[in-house]
Design a protein around this ligand. Sequence first.
Ligand code: PLP
Length: 404
Amino acid sequence: MLTLDFHPAGRHFLHIPGPSPVPDRILRAISHPTIDHRGPEFGALGLQVLDGLKHVFRTQHPVVIYPASGTGAWEAALVNTLGPGDAVLMYETGHFASLWKRLAERLGLRPEFLGLPGIDGWRRGVDATMIEDRLHADRERRIRAVCVVHNETSTGATSDIAAVRRAIDREGHPALLMVDTISGLASAEYRHDEWGVDVTVAGSQKGLMLPPGISFNAVSPRALEAAKTATLPRAYWDWADILPMNRNGYWPYTPNTNLLYGLHEALDMLMHEGLDHVLARHQRLAAACRSAVRGWGLEIQCVDPAAYSPVLTGVMMPEGVDADVVRALIYDHFDLSLGTGLGKVKGRMFRIGHLGDCNDLMLMAALCGCEMGLRMAGVNLQGSGVEQALHHLSSHPLESARTA
Ligand SMILES: *Cc1c(COP(=O)(O)O)cnc(C)c1O
């Protein structure tokens, strides 16, 4: 008997920074009957989602959809553009940047990791001048790609991608720019074309409000050019097989039909609310969440206000408090899921997700659960964070998407 058979009363509060809650509308769309993936209805669906995605990535160029988690799209970005032993410049912003680097090593690339020592680098975004200096020193232009994480989900810090592009351009360096915005897309401002990104990697289960299971590569003309001569072995991930079929809305293999129904619905929801409104909603919820953390007298993990993530907030625990014990207590008592500390910050912090299908009252419920749990765990709080968040939300109203 699966323990899933036990179902506590009321709604589960899923406030990990992905998977994020899936709206009922999307769940219903996914439940439509699976159709012939070579038939005319499917082709029309394929064309619509491929086109709608361009708006979310803010690109005129192709977006590839894989039936895979974000990790698959990481691999796809690298194997389509690089060759064995290629030097790749990566930047340690946190756990996800570290996992992408490990993946690059396993593929036979030679990643070099920039960043600050210890957990200092895990409390801020990318320092573009470090990238610029390293590219400057690369006289022989051996570095083939610069890879950065836009929204580091393990820490709650975003990086200035436009600044990384400027750093590459100031050096006139030919490296490709690859960006992981798996948790940033449709929650944090992102501009694939304007920021000159060559490959953007994204996923379904964060800002796009879908279940896990599909992921994306947005691809620039330069990346497509690089793919023609790239020599890492690739088969399933090969853009060259997928893109020609995509022109008519099809795939060379069986695509994830039902998740594409969900994607269609998600794109519809995002367009109706308006992408700008969606992003403003995230910024406001994040600001309210931070005011709660300050009200508790706890530290926000990200120490650079310019890098605060609109997607999630990392909450550092005082010395001697195990964040995972607090999290477990909150889960048991309030059926609220918070993100665990990953890698270097395991046990030292937890993460509150406020992304995707999230509104004021959902955030307030999560903050109430946190505050109750922190008190029960005996954490010494300076005051009520809930009170501060209430104050923030009521004094910073956002124009309703209904009337906007
Ligand atoms: C979630 C996430 C990943 C991993 O994606 P999976 O879907 O779990 O494979 C990678 N990078 C970032 C920034 C993420 O948030």
